[in-house]
Ligand binder design. Structure first.
Ligand SMILES: NC(=O)c1ccc[n+]([C@@H]2O[C@H](COP(=O)([O-])OP(=O)(O)OC[C@H]3O[C@@H](n4cnc5c(N)ncnc54)[C@H](O)[C@@H]3O)[C@@H](O)[C@H]2O)c1
Length: 167
């Protein structure tokens, strides 16, 4: 299979300006990566869409980071497949990832808070964020990772408040 592999340290094409609004959450994107791991599954832009969806199905994930050499150039997701291939009447074996991927996707940095990740996903309508530290790709977080982290932190706060009220 062409180009589906865990990513080593990489360079990206450009950087998304980090969202620096104040956070009420203690956990950062780095805390989420500590929990879920730092492996990132990537694919070459010249791979076929069939190879991409086969890799996603094989790993039970919904996205692949598209790497052109050491540059992060896009995101290939189930949404791109549904809209740009299936609905557009293309065939997955004859279509290249580069022709249907989300180009130059938003990214986040490890030090940003989990609600900043959620806000970025909501504003940019994406469910996956590559995590970059300077020029390096250091992980990927999905909406499920962030929702789980937010629910976990809120549960802890509620337990503390209940304990406080009960004396
Ligand atoms: N309970 C949890 O902690 C948790 C975490 C994540 C997802 N989920 C559930 O799984 C289902 C699907 O999750 P989703 O919509 O967030 O996305 P998803 O199916 O794409 O992601 C599933 C997991 O794979 C990881 N992943 C996805 N693409 C990756 C890639 N290219 N490289 C490395 N890791 C990658 C994600 O970070 C996430 O941990 C949902 O029902 C969600 O609630 C649960």
């Amino acid at each position: 299979m062409q180009g589906v592999r865990p990513a080593p340290g990489v360079r990206r094409a450009s950087t998304t300006p980090p969202c620096r609004t104040r956070s009420h959450f203690r956990q950062t994107v780095n805390d989420v990566l500590e929990h879920k791991g730092r492996e990132v599954l990537t694919i070459d832009p010249d791979a076929t869409v069939f190879e991409a969806i086969d890799a996603m199905a094989g790993r039970d994930i919904g996205a692949l980071v598209v790497m052109e050499g050491a540059r992060l150039v896009g995101l290939m997701t189930e949404r791109e497949y549904a809209r740009q291939v299936a609905l557009a009447g293309r065939t997955s074996r004859d279509t290249r990832v580069r022709d249907v991927m989300l180009p130059d996707p938003p990214t986040i940095t490890p030090d940003q808070a989990i609600d900043q990740a959620m806000r970025l996903m909501t504003n940019r309508r994406v469910r996956h964020l590559p995590v970059v530290d300077g020029p390096e790709l250091v992980g990927l977080v999905s909406i499920g990772d962030i929702v789980a982290a937010i629910i976990g932190e809120q549960r802890t706060v509620i337990e503390h408040l209940e304990h406080y009220i009960a004396g």
